[in-house]
Design a protein around this ligand. Structure first.
Ligand code: ZN
Length: 114
């Protein structure tokens, strides 16, 4: 095989390899997108299992659901600290953040507890 032929063949191989790499990247991206869809559904299933747990229906994940309840309580505690710093409180009716000195919730009209 001549030097020129060899060079042409090598060039073609490099072009082929490059388009293969691009194709692999596209396929990996497509895989990632499908995995994200699966993850989203897992998340929805988990949220529904937790919602059922809160309603009193144990679907067999009570340990994990109790763990989530603990984290939710911690989140509420942290949110309360922020509201204390901002001189606001949570409306008992709709959950809106209202001023500490508001007598009624401006959103739902519920009488605010002092
Ligand atoms: Zn309200």
């Amino acid at each position: 095989m001549s030097f020129i032929d060899n060079l042409k063949r090598t060039g073609k191989n490099i072009a082929q390899k490059t388009s293969d790499v691009v194709e692999i990247q596209k396929l990996n991206l497509a895989i990632s997108q499908e995995k994200e869809k699966v993850k989203k559904i897992y998340s929805q299933v988990g949220e529904e299992v937790y919602r059922q747990f809160i309603l009193g229906n144990d679907l067999g994940f009570s340990d994990k659901c109790s763990e989530i309840a603990g984290y939710e309580a911690k989140i509420e505690e942290l949110q309360n600290k922020i509201m204390n710093l901002k001189n606001t409180k949570k409306c008992g009716g709709c959950g809106a953040e209202i001023s500490d000195d508001a007598a009624f919730c401006p959103k739902c009209g519920t009488k605010a507890s002092s």
